[in-house]
Design a protein around this ligand. Structure first.
Ligand code: ATP
Length: 364
């Protein structure tokens, strides 16, 4: 039998529930690699985050940052603690630096209704929600991270940046994604979410979206202002497909998205660039439930499935793509059959129970 293809994975458990959900995720990945075969994940754990900052005065060592750069993929739990801040009051966030340094411009955040997961929306069509919030991750308002200024305790400023070259590749990524989803039964729709009626930067963002739309005539392009989208994501989310938005707006929309599909524990994320990929749940470190084993690891597991799928496609390696499909299918089966009932929405299953049930549901 051929040797399994090896991948170097930088594993950053992080803070709060991060280490708990990561531990479960590593077990699931080890089961997949042992039972499906054809690939080997060399997972190296790297310390980073707020707790690391509290103890060491830095959020990640240079060595660990470079290891993350060299890795085939980065798998991250969650980073940040409310009581640990930089002297200027901002959050400890080495992953934000990674987004910029590793050029992870496309944040793919699926908002998808899963079977037997209760949605706070009463309308039965909520069971059909299947959206990708595509978050621009390297500029927008977050370009000001670490650069904002407070003038004489009188006035504060942060600057939003939108560049043509980045928008072009970001929108193209979104159009290609909508096209790919259309091939497998998706709506083939993309909606540009902005505030082009008020700000020049967002009008520029929308103008470039319109230009790129002409190159993808098979995809239906539409527009929405961010405030209207906040309303529509509650009123008629089942009508949307791919949403493209600036960094800050998409950050907010993805939490709203997590809310309408039952909770943040169901919201995975892949941050993708030309050469690097970072995979982490869309939620934060949930310090309110850290250490209780109550965290739902599903978003972490789904993020790991996205990692396997991305690695498989990037390296043209079918076993990884198969493993991704099997992991996602196991989660769907587990939810459908009642084997996965996370505490996050009233079930009896804690972090390890969910991971164990997912492992039991993997079809070999
Ligand atoms: P950040 O700004 O770092 O993304 P946040 O402020 O959005 O973080 P989260 O840490 O995502 O906050 O938590 C929001 C709420 O969702 C909290 O009540 C938290 O307990 C809950 N939550 C988040 N992730 C999970 C999870 N995996 N399982 C269960 N509950 C979760």
């Amino acid at each position: 039998m051929a040797h399994p293809k090896e991948f170097q994975i930088a594993v950053i458990p992080g803070d709060g529930i991060g280490p708990e959900i990561m531990k479960s995720c590593v077990k699931v990945l080890e089961t997949l690699q042992a039972n499906i075969g054809g690939f080997r994940l060399n997972m190296e754990h790297l310390p980073a985050g707020a707790e690391y900052y509290r103890q060491n005065g830095i959020d990640i060592s240079e060595e660990a940052f470079e290891k993350a750069r060299q890795a085939d993929a980065i798998l991250l739990g969650a980073i940040g603690l409310p009581d640990v801040r930089f002297p200027d009051g901002t959050e400890i966030a080495p992953h934000l630096r990674m987004r910029v340094e590793f050029d992870l411009y496309a944040g793919v955040r699926p908002v998808r209704a899963f079977p037997e997961v209760p949605s706070p929306l009463a309308d039965p069509r909520a069971a059909k929600i299947d959206i990708i919030v595509l978050r621009e991750c390297t500029e927008g308002l977050f370009a000001s991270h670490g650069k904002g200024e407070v003038l004489d305790d009188r006035e504060a400023k942060d600057t939003l940046v939108i560049t043509r070259s980045n928008c072009e590749r970001f929108f193209d990524f979104g159009f290609r994604l909508a096209r790919k989803r259309k091939e497998t039964g998706g709506k083939g729709k993309i909606t540009c979410v902005d505030k082009a009626n008020v700000f020049r930067s967002y009008a520029f963002f929308r103008k470039i979206f319109t230009e790129r739309a002409r190159l993808f005539p098979d995809v239906t392009a539409g527009y929405s202002y961010i405030d209207a989208m906040a309303l529509d994501l509650v009123r008629r989310p089942w009508e949307f497909d791919v949403l493209v938005a600036e960094n800050m707006f998409a950050d907010i929309l993805s939490d709203l998205g997590g809310g309408i599909i039952g909770g943040m524990g169901m919201a995975p994320c892949a941050e993708i660039g030309e050469n690097h990929g970072l995979f982490q749940p869309a939620h934060g470190s949930a310090p309110d439930i850290a250490g209780t084993s109550k965290a739902n690891p599903t978003a972490m597991l789904l993020s790991a499935a996205m990692m396997l799928d991305w690695l498989g496609n990037k390296h043209d390696h079918q076993p990884c793509i198969d493993a991704a499909g099997k992991l996602e299918a196991a989660i769907v089966t587990g939810l459908q059959s009642g084997n996965i009932r996370p505490m996050e929405f009233g079930g009896p299953h804690g972090t390890e129970d969910v991971a164990r049930a997912a492992i039991d549901c993997i079809e070999i």
